[in-house]
Design a protein around this ligand. Structure first.
Ligand SMILES: [Zn+2]
Length: 254
């Protein structure tokens, strides 16, 4: 990922997957939390970056009004073929997020970005946009080849575990007082998430070799995650700096 560009520390607009992706699809990528700046100015400046991202010149924030939805805009105003491949059930094709997409698929496995690469057509006549929502870094931080019986078993969150936590909006990884994780378990989980990021690094390299010019791809894993900081685990109904903190990398095909 570092070959694409510098890794920046940024902040998610939302603390869990669904609203976080709504923001991303409006065109609001993770923010820099700038001080002494009006939010409206920041949105405007950030939005102008789409000129460079898409290789156009006269894109203004007003071009997105009134619908404020990037896939619709890319498809209808710029002639993009728009596609989404999502891993989290909470983003499934029946949700309201599926607007303006020519193709929108929930992957069979929640943790297999490599499978997305086998299902990415690039028509020559149109530029392409892809939203790739990856789930490897999401709880339970398991890799695609890891048998489910070896995924970490966490007492107290089994019910939500079954539904990949965010399948039930609001049914989140709330730490129950009676059985909170011990430090070594949290550290083990954190290491698993780090390993998941490393495994994605290789897949992103494969993706890079695959895409033709005239393609705009946003890869998302949505929000921060807590491993015991402030007494929290996971994300969602949490007010803590770490739940907003995300890495941000932006790059261009040369
Ligand atoms: Zn999420």
């Amino acid at each position: 990922m570092k070959k694409l560009g510098a890794v920046e520390r940024r902040w998610s607009y939302a603390s869990w997957t669904s609203p976080s992706h709504y923001n991303l699809l409006i065109g609001l990528l993770p923010h820099k939390s700038p001080r002494h700046v009006y939010a409206s100015e920041y949105y405007k400046t950030e939005f102008l970056k789409f000129n460079e991202r898409l290789g156009v010149e006269d894109l203004k924030f007003a071009s997105m009004v009134p619908r404020l939805y990037l896939p619709l805009f890319l498809k209808e105003s710029l002639g993009y073929q728009t596609n989404a491949r999502v891993s989290m059930p909470v983003l499934n094709p029946k949700t309201i997020l599926n607007q303006g997409f020519d193709s929108y698929k929930l992957m069979d496995k929640h943790n297999d970005m490599r499978a997305m690469l086998r299902d990415m057509p690039f028509p020559e006549e149109h530029p392409s946009f892809y939203l790739l929502n990856v789930g490897e870094t999401h709880y339970p931080y398991a890799l695609a080849d890891e048998p489910p019986e070896e995924w970490p078993r966490i007492s107290g969150v089994h019910g939500v575990f079954k539904y990949l936590d965010e399948h039930v909006p609001g049914g989140k990884l709330v730490a129950r007082k009676q059985k909170f994780f011990d430090t070594s378990k949290l550290e083990m989980l954190r290491k698993k998430q780090v390993r998941a990021v490393q495994s994605l690094d290789r897949v992103i390299e494969e993706l890079f070799d695959l895409v033709p010019k005239n393609t705009y791809i946003t890869i998302t894993a949505d929000h921060g995650e807590l491993f015991g900081e402030g007494g929290y685990f996971g994300h969602g109904p949490i007010q803590h700096e770490k739940v907003w903190e995300v890495p941000f990398v932006e790059g261009k095909l040369r």
